[in-house]
Design a protein around this ligand. Structure first.
Ligand code: GLU
Length: 507
């Protein structure tokens, strides 16, 4: 078998949503599993839809997810350029070849002609008639006009497009890696434009030419492209490349609460649908991303992988390495996969627990910085993160769970202590602070023993003293085991907080 080469071929029209990144992921996994190449090709032939910043965004997303392409506009390879707008010159010859061989034709129809055609042929059953075998004979094209008329139009530089001539009565098909045999009646498909008046190819021509020239062996894309498959199948055949056609897989939709998952669902239900924050430069509208919401890339990749795929067991947590070895296109479900944000958060929680804290120390440090807490001792931060990570689902949760290690709490939840506060308790904590000053072993057992002994001496149940101690050190009723907190805070700070808190509670 020739070397596996797959491609992700986005149009740079905006941020990447879950479905787009899952397409990247399945391409990437397949390529790596087969020791093949993963190519990123920018499909920017529709210049009216071009959005500045979208391409940079795609690169940043792939980088964040750990899915670097082997070839792309930034990672040079031998099949470039990797931006279709830079390949413009290559496409025309193929379009002309199709015309010459009778598989395509010039169409000179103006916008008005097309509107008129739609108006005149509109019926209740067919509200938007297409340019197809029933219509083409009545339009301005090289099939309906004489050769002399066509030549005349061409010499007068009349703008034209090249359209594929879809056969009236053929059944064609292919075997999809997920869906199996798929058949199409060519007569139901319109004569798609292949080359536009400005000389740019449309997606249909460019995707076939580039998949061929870039020696793509497998093409995986969203199921929304299935209706275009008959056009592409015919182009592979008409260009004489049938034997080189990639194997195709059309990936199922990702479903939201009401059908296909949309940006609107995200806004309505308060969850991200994009990989990273995306600000549309045309409207300044910000769409939130998983990264900024506080997802780890490992978790994001994992949750995407299992949106529509499993390995046949109950396993849900997969690292990238495991996915590379276990993924198979045949096990992708045909039916759409439902996205569940609660489940997505579960994945993140699991990955926060599972990952080495060094993987996210820097991110948490930045989050703390934005909350006004500067951390100078990264070693201490790592110990803190280790201690509190079980309590965090999304990275910003670390701000609440770890701030008090670096900053004396501004406010103490005095109300949680006051009702049961007694002179005995005041006495206990004053003595405890004293004892801690001379404690030789500053560790959890040392702190705990001292606490229990003193409680026994003073005849108070240690259980009644734990909450006040927590409020004194943390400020509120949360956080990891209290002696672990004291251990990390260190002697001076622990004693200071206890003494200060006694004053506040007494006040
Ligand atoms: N440019 C197409 C898109 O943005 C690519 C489809 C394909 O992979 O063939 O979805």
């Amino acid at each position: 078998m020739s070397k596996v080469r797959v491609r992700f071929a986005p149009s740079p029209t905006g941020g990447l949503h879950l479905g787009g990144v899952r397409t990247v992921l399945y391409n990437y996994l397949f390529a790596k599993q087969h020791k093949g190449d993963f190519i990123l090709r920018i499909e920017d032939t529709d210049q009216t839809r071009f959005v500045p910043g979208a391409e940079e965004y795609i690169f940043a997303c792939l980088k964040w997810c750990g899915m670097e392409p082997d070839e792309s506009p930034l990672h040079k390879g031998s099949y470039g350029p990797y931006r279709q707008s830079e390949r413009k010159e290559q496409y025309r010859q193929y379009a002309e070849q199709l015309v010459k061989n009778g598989y395509a034709y010039y169409a000179f129809d103006t916008k008005e002609d097309l509107e008129k055609m739609r108006e005149e042929n509109k019926t209740a059953e067919n509200p938007s008639p297409q340019y197809d075998h029933r219509i083409r004979g009545k339009m301005q094209n090289s099939l309906s006009l004489t050769e002399a008329e066509v030549n005349d139009l061409l010499t007068r530089n009349t703008p034209y497009v090249i359209r594929i001539k879809m056969p009236e009565n053929e059944v064609i098909g292919f075997t999809d890696m997920i869906r199996g045999e798929i058949r199409f009646e060519t007569g139901l498909v319109d004569d798609k434009v292949l080359l536009k008046a400005d000389g740019m190819p449309t997606y249909h021509l460019a995707v076939v030419v580039d998949d061929y020239l870039m020696k793509i062996t497998h093409a995986f894309r969203g199921e929304e492209w299935l209706p275009s498959a008959p056009v592409h199948l015919l182009l592979w055949k008409y260009l004489g490349w049938e034997n080189e056609m990639p194997q195709w897989a059309h990936l199922p939709l990702i479903l939201g609460p009401n059908g296909k998952l949309s940006k609107r669902d995200g806004a309505k239900y308060g969850f991200p649908v994009f990989a990273m924050n995306w600000t549309d430069p045309r409207t300044n509208e910000l769409t939130e991303g998983f990264k900024e919401r506080g997802f780890l890339p490992e978790a994001f990749v994992n949750l995407l992988a299992v949106l529509g795929w499993n390995d046949g067991t109950e396993q849900e947590l997969f690292s990238m390495e495991e996915l590379i070895s276990k993924f198979s296109m045949e096990r992708v479900h045909v039916a759409g996969a439902r996205f569940d944000f609660e489940k997505a958060k579960w994945f993140n929680h699991e990955w926060i627990k599972k990952s080495a804290v060094q993987n996210y120390t820097l991110t948490v440090k930045e989050l703390l910085g934005s909350a006004g807490i500067s951390v100078t001792d990264e070693g201490k931060l790592e110990s803190v993160l280790e201690l509190v990570k079980d309590r965090c689902t999304l990275l910003p949760d670390f701000v609440q769970q770890s701030s008090f290690f670096f900053k004396t709490p501004d406010r103490l939840d005095v109300d949680a202590v006051k009702p049961k506060w007694t002179a005995d308790k005041k006495d206990f904590f004053t003595a405890y602070a004293d004892k801690l000053a001379s404690l030789s072993e500053w560790n959890i057992p040392g702190l705990e023993n001292c606490f229990k002994q003193l409680a026994a001496e003073k005849n108070i149940k240690p259980g009644d003293l734990q909450l006040p101690l927590r409020i004194m050190l943390v400020g509120g009723k949360y956080g990891p085991p209290v002696f672990a907190i004291a251990e990390l805070l260190g002697k001076d700070e622990t004693i200071r907080r206890i003494n200060n808190a006694i004053v506040v509670i007494e006040g």
